[in-house]
Design a binder for this molecule. Structure first.
Ligand SMILES: CC(C)(COP(=O)(O)OP(=O)(O)OC[C@H]1O[C@@H](n2cnc3c(N)ncnc32)[C@H](O)[C@@H]1OP(=O)(O)O)[C@@H](O)C(=O)NCCC(=O)NCCS
Length: 144
């Protein structure tokens, strides 16, 4: 199991496929709905086992001090094996390296305990996606 960055067209195809499969398909959202306008400039990472992509996530900056993680998704077969934590640690390392003081994210309700375990605290309840998924803004200060 290793962290890598998608580079080739094939890498990005697998990367977006997993993002869509985990975060959009179960709510009948079309392909393409898993992307946004920040994807071209954001940092992308994935966890691979051989040729298979089992985890994906993304980091972008909202300001010099604030980095944001989005689209964290782990293949169901590989959950609770440390894949998500591995990606969080790598994105936090990169955020710190680029000068961020804190990382924010909008956690789905089911993922709040995962982020809590990794040092994030809830700031406020934010929005509801697809009329069903409650989100909570969470934050972690990187020098803590
Ligand atoms: C949330 C998610 C990314 C976690 O990834 P993961 O690889 O399973 O997480 P890890 O194995 O690194 O978990 C680390 C710790 O977080 C906590 N944790 C992880 N998933 C949890 C869950 N579903 N419920 C409660 N605690 C959880 C546990 O304390 C876990 O440690 P343990 O397994 O030793 O008890 C993954 O479950 C996922 O992709 N979920 C569906 C998509 C999603 O909701 N993404 C987040 C969008 S904001």
């Amino acid at each position: 199991m290793k962290i890598c960055e998608p580079k080739s067209d094939d890498d990005f195809k697998k990367y977006y496929e997993l993002r869509w499969k985990i975060l959009r398909e179960p709510w009948n959202q079309p392909r393409g709905s898993e992307r946004d306008e920040m994807d071209d400039s954001a940092m992308h990472i994935m966890v691979c086992i051989g040729d298979e992509v089992v985890g994906v996530s993304r980091l972008h900056f909202n300001s010099d001090e604030e980095a944001q993680i989005r689209y964290m998704a782990v293949d169901e077969r590989y959950r609770r094996k440390g894949v998500g934590t591995m990606m969080l640690e790598e994105l936090e390392r990169r955020a710190r390296e680029k000068g961020a003081r804190h990382v924010v994210l909008n956690a789905r309700e089911n993922a709040v305990d995962f982020y809590r375990k990794n040092g994030y605290t809830v700031v406020e309840r934010t929005y509801t996606l697809f009329n069903s998924i409650n989100h909570f803004k969470m934050r972690k200060f990187l020098d803590e």
